[in-house]
Design a protein around this ligand. Sequence first.
Ligand code: HEM
Length: 424
Amino acid sequence: MDQPGTSKAITKFLLHLHPPRINAQAIKYTRTFGLGGIAALLFVLLFITGMLLRFIYVPSEKGAYDSIIYLQEQVLFGELLRNMHYWSGMLLVIVSFLHVIRVFYSQSIYFERRKNWIYGLVLMFLVIMSNFTGYLLPWDQLAYWAVTIMTNMLSYIPVIGETLASLVRGGTEVNEGTLLRFYHFHTGLLPLLMVFVMSIHFWLVRKAKGVTVADASKKEMVKTNPELVYKEIVVALGLILLLIVFSMAVDAPLLDKANPLVSPNPSKAPWYFMGFQELLLHMHPGFGIFIVPVLVTAFLVYIPFIKDTNVNTGVWFNSAVGKKITIWSAIYAIVFTMLIIVGTEYVLNFQQWMQDLPVLITTGLLPIVIYVAPTYGFLLLIKNKLKAGKIEMIMALVTILLTGYLVMTFVGSLLRGEGMHLFA
Ligand code: HEM
């Protein structure tokens, strides 16, 4: 039967996003948890609310904070609009992160999906940068000092650090130039880049014949419309409703207007960078802000290129052993990272104990050895005990790095107070 005009147009549009028929396993919610789609919807919501915010927001040192107050107090639904933009942005960081976890642990990053993993990593970077550049725009104490801390961290990168930090700030400290730079990145360049990379990302999912399925031998196909499309509509409406209700109940933070002369104690980075700020409390900045992140990023890029015939594409944790290993690695990372954090707060202080040695050793190499040596021992132990393959060992290592970062984020954000002391 012929479809009416509008319905035909909608179907045509949908076929740009999805193939006409898909594997029945792919539409089970536990396959993807809809996370990629939710991230895409959040991006659209951010775009719409952001465009509306631009009508009121004034990107200058004098006008920014007052324009936010005006928006919240004088504009109809202004506060709701700001809250929705703020919470969508935070949720996009969390959802993208969970999406990375899902594609990684469901072995959806190997073979023909390799390239998409790399584009995905670029997208994650863009999501975080978009959030971070938006963070400064309200120009309140929270924003000003969080960005001051982050740009100071940049200056620790060897050789180019100082130049890079002043390029980002447009001077030696966060000022109107920084605000303008961040505004243009946040509302211009970054969204444009995201649309571009997202288009490639979606196209590569289609090129790989859709998302991974757990059992490739089962070939039952279903019609994308309505089987998948209806589910997507339900998730989208649910998410929008949840966001509206949450944004009505919880306001985006806004402290006093930025004051470069009065720094709050403690001054903290945005929560998703708190892991780095925590790391810097235990380690030489050159290691914490440069060597460790570069090594970890290089490892993440390299993972899908590791040669192994034991990849069970689409299978959560690759095997029963993989699941066990992931759980044990997470437990190990929680306990060991907490031990190190508490230990360095109250007992371990190589710099004080070995004052004659260069700080690069006492606060760089030694903390790394303290973390790496037992971790290596743990990995060897589980490899031998559980007879794990390469893929399982990669999951173990990623789990330790990931959980370690999450523990540091938790401690830095919630357990540190005045002077960045524990439980202060
Ligand atoms: C704004 C951010 C992002 C959006 C909108 C997005 C969107 C999507 C969508 C719609 C899918 C297909 C459905 C699904 O898997 O849920 C997908 C798949 C995929 N994404 Fe993303 N994604 C984003 C970020 C990332 C990141 C940060 C990574 C990795 C670092 C990543 C890696 C992948 C991979 C490898 C697939 C293929 C999975 C499979 O075939 O099963 N994506 N993405």
